[in-house]
Write a protein that binds this ligand. Sequence first.
Ligand SMILES: [Zn+2]
Length: 179
Amino acid sequence: MTYRDAELGVVTVTVNPRARSIIMRPEVDGLRVTAFWGASLAFVRSTIDKFRPSLLAKQTDLKARPQLTTEDVEKMRREAKAHLPRRVDELAHMYGFHYAGLTIRDAKTRWGSCSSRNTISLSLYLMQVPEHLQDYVILHELCHTVHHDHSPRFWALMDTVTDGKAHALRTELHNYHTA
Ligand SMILES: [Zn+2]
């Protein structure tokens, strides 16, 4: 469902039965909210109100960022297709991971994902982050070919392939945005 918020713009609420909390993603002209199953609209609204100042600050931040043109995105797509498959292959060989395939997408909500069949997807917007963080995302998805979750075992494996820096790299990646 969607509704209009006087300050935040169009608020789009979707329900994800797997969500454990209310997830809010500010966009330039609105807010995307993922709610857990059974969350009332009143609860969603009060959660938004609780985080309103930081949500508005993030929107201001987004508005200040230069918007990518179609040409920018196409250029990035070409770069991503030239670079990422090779790097995924290299890192998989280096650490002995096996993946079924790789797709590069215009994904704006996540840097990467790994399917239950071990097909990895990477966002072409990865071309906007430094290489050591591209590697972090690639290794994260490769570790998912072994552990399809974010369990302690997953993070332990991440630490072995990142020299114990998995959490630090994750925090650093939070400074970047897809598009
Ligand atoms: Zn993950």
